[in-house]
Each structure stands twice: as C-alpha cells, then as structure tokens.
Design a protein around this ligand. Structure first.
Ligand code: HEC
Ligand code: HEC
Length: 333
C-alpha cells in the first residue's frame, strides 16, 4: 500500500469514528425543560361554566374600581356590566400572564393574579347578568373639517352602522351588534355604554397595531378595523358608544327630550337638566328631529333597517360635564 493510500484510509476511519460520535451526541436526547404552564384562555379542564352566585360573592373585590354591579362611577375604569363571561375570563387570563399590559393594566394585574380560572368564569358569569348603564354622547355640532355640520357623535354613528367601504372599515355593528351588545360566542365584547375615555384608549391601542399577546388573532381583528381611523373618528366613536344602550332607557330619554308636552312619567330616571330644550338653530342645515322616535329621523347616506332601529338606540345629549363642556367651547354650538 502506498503511503498516500494508508493515510487516506486512516483519514476515512477517523472520519467514520467522528461521524459515529457526532451521531451519538446528536441522537442522545437532551432532556427538555418542562413545558411552560400557561393558563388555557378558553377554559381548560379545570374550569366549568361560571356560577353567577359564586361570582356575585367574589365581585366585592372588584367593586372599588368597577362598581359592585360592574357599572363604575369613575370614568377611567371600564364598565363590566353586560360584558360576556367568555370575554371577561379571557381578559383576566391575559392580565395574569402579563400579555395585556397596556394602558392601566398594571392597576388590574394584582387583582387578576389572585383569581383562579374558575373565579374568572364565575365573575364573568356574574357581570354578564348585570344590566349595563350608559352615559351620554356628545352632540356638539362640528365646526370645521371633513365632518363639518355633523353632530359630533354622528361621525361615529355612521361608522358604527355603515363602516367606510373606501377605507375597508367594516360596520362596527357587524360584530358588536346594532345595540353594541357584542357577541358572546366569538367573544366580541359588549361595547354599549362603555366609558368614552376607556374606549378611546383601546381604539388607539388597536390603531397602533402592536400587542404582546401570544395569540393575537382577536386583537388583530380590531387592529385591522382601527388602522385608518382618524383621531376625530376615534373620539366620536367612543362618545357614541358611551351613549349607546338598550331600548328601555331610550324611551325614558325620549320622554326627557320633550318635557313640556305631557306630564313627566314617574319612571324618568335622568335629571331634566341633562336635556334642556334646545334653542332653535338659525340656519337649519337639515330638518330638525320631527319626533323623538329614531324611526322618523332623517338619515344621511344609508337607510337603516327597522330591525335595528328596534334593537339599538342611543342617547345624545348636550355636552355637559367636565370634558364635554371644554369641547363645546372649541366647537360651535
Ligand atoms: C384598582 C382598581 C381595579 C380593581 C380593584 C379591579 N380592576 Fe379590573 N380593571 C382596572 C383597570 C384600570 C382596567 C383597565 C385596564 C386597561 O387600561 O386596559 C381594568 C380592566 C378590567 C377588565 C377588562 C375590561 C375590558 O373591557 O376589556 C376586566 C375583565 C376586569 N378589569 C375585571 C376585574 C375583576 C373581575 C375584578 C375583581 C376581581 C377587577 N377587575 C378589579 C382596575 C381594577
Ligand atoms: C370583525 C369583527 C369586529 C368589527 C367589525 C369591529 N370589532 Fe371591535 N372588537 C372585536 C374584537 C374581536 C374585539 C376584542 C379584541 C381583543 O381581544 O383585544 C373588539 C374590541 C373592541 C373594543 C374594546 C372593548 C373593550 O372592552 O376593551 C372596542 C372599543 C371596539 N372593539 C370598538 C369597535 C368599533 C368602534 C368598531 C368599528 C369601527 C369595531 N369595534 C369593529 C371585533 C370587531
């Protein structure tokens, strides 16, 4: 054998040994770490459907911020009354894992941490049975810009009902329902009566489009809806949602709007000063509301179906209270 041949055989042998050794090191399984334990968001085997009574007992902890029945008095805390069990449990799970960490989430996290998955379900079931209240929407007339002469809430109302095809914005009510009650199945949240400051912040977060959620598919739905909304539209949508509520309240509100015509019914809940009789506006851009019924009101652009005139209605009142009063100084009345 030539020396070169011996050398190459030796080389080959060395390669083979190395290859076996390599194969052995790679084949030998390196023990995996235990899989990270994450809370199943949609309820694992540990949780069953929420129990309303158990939730009612546990809700005492939440009362300081969200109100005992989920209707907060402080506008910086979101309204939970009428929200679906599934959505609430999902959000609590997100606070716990730290995946929902924007806005004022830090205030919420310690309370979420203390809850088991079953607690979250029970609380969700309890708040879902509570009747959501509502605030008032701002009907100040817009003085300038693309929405000049609309009432402020109407910018949002139009988007809520019809979306904007040109920009690919779907009608909000397609998912959140004509009355803003949401859809508990796919966990589209209840948005009617929600505090305007909170909705505004959420919409801005969706528009910004970034989240640390591991499974952001629900977030992404809203992110794609909100991506082209303007500041004015977000403000108006939030104001509109704040005034959106169930029909029974609208009847009371309608009564409040014409206090002089007949004796005030005893069930009137809102103080009359919220809705003073409006002075007639000098140049009427469109016919004044002929009657308090929404069915009779002239609409721009789209024709609403009677079905959701029945189902979804709102209160629009004058801009009273801190925020709205400041706005009415900037905008012509
Ligand atoms: C110290 C005040 C505080 C307490 C007490 C509190 N929360 Fe919250 N909660 C907040 C704040 C603030 C937010 C809004 C977080 C944000 O900015 O996104 C919030 C948000 C939530 C949300 C999400 C709402 C939505 O529409 O997405 C749920 C659900 C919730 N809280 C449930 C509860 C429950 C259940 C309890 C009682 C066990 C509770 N919270 C106690 C302050 C509180
Ligand atoms: C295709 C369905 C869909 C449409 C259309 C839609 N949404 Fe949503 N919306 C969602 C989902 C899903 C969530 C929950 C996202 C999450 O988990 O963060 C949500 C969340 C929200 C929230 C936050 C609720 C809370 O309690 O934190 C607001 C406010 C909101 N949507 C307003 C709107 C407005 C305004 C429009 C119309 C411009 C709209 N949505 C259109 C599906 C939709």
């Amino acid at each position: 054998m030539s020396q070169a041949r011996v050398l190459s055989l030796v080389g080959l042998a060395a390669f083979a040994v190395a290859a076996v050794a390599f194969a052995q090191t790679t084949v030998t399984p390196i023990p995996d770490k235990e899989p990270v334990q994450t809370a199943p968001l949609n309820g694992g085997p540990k949780a069953t459907w929420g129990d309303v009574k158990a939730g009612a007992t546990k809700a005492g902890t939440c009362a300081a911020c969200h109100g005992l029945d989920g209707n907060p008095t402080d506008p910086q805390y979101p309204r939970l009354a009428g929200q679906s069990e599934r959505y609430i449990a999902h959000q609590i799970a997100l606070f716990k894992t730290g995946e929902r960490n924007t806005g004022m989430a830090a205030a919420m996290k310690p309370f979420a941490d203390a809850l088991s998955e079953q607690d979250a379900r029970d609380l969700g079931a309890y708040f879902a049975t509570q009747k959501s209240g509502a605030g008032v929407a701002d009907d100040t007339v817009v003085a300038s810009g693309p929405n000049k002469d609309k009432k402020f809430y109407q910018i949002g109302e139009d988007l809520f009902r019809s979306g904007d095809k040109a920009r690919g914005i779907p009608a909000c009510m397609a998912c959140h329902g004509p009355g803003g009650a949401g859809n508990p199945g796919p966990a589209y949240p209840h948005v009617a009566g929600q505090q305007a400051a909170y909705s505004k912040r959420r919409l801005e977060e969706y528009r910004a489009g970034t989240t640390t959620q591991k499974d952001p598919h629900l977030f992404n739905i809203m992110a794609s809806v909100a991506k082209s909304l303007t500041d004015e539209e977000i403000g108006s949508l939030s104001s509109y949602l704040q005034g959106l509520h169930e029909r029974a309240d609208d009847v009371a509100a309608a009564d409040a709007r014409r206090p002089s015509r007949r004796p005030r019914p005893h069930r009137l809940r809102r103080p009359p000063r919220l809705r003073p009789p409006r002075p007639p506006r000098p140049p009427p851009p469109r016919p004044r509301r002929p009657s308090p019924s929404r069915a009779d009101r002239p609409r721009q652009g789209n024709t609403p179906t009677p079905a959701w005139q029945q189902a979804g209605v709102f209160v629009a009142a004058t801009g009273r209270g801190g925020k709205l009063r400041r706005r009415s100084q900037r905008w012509l009345r």
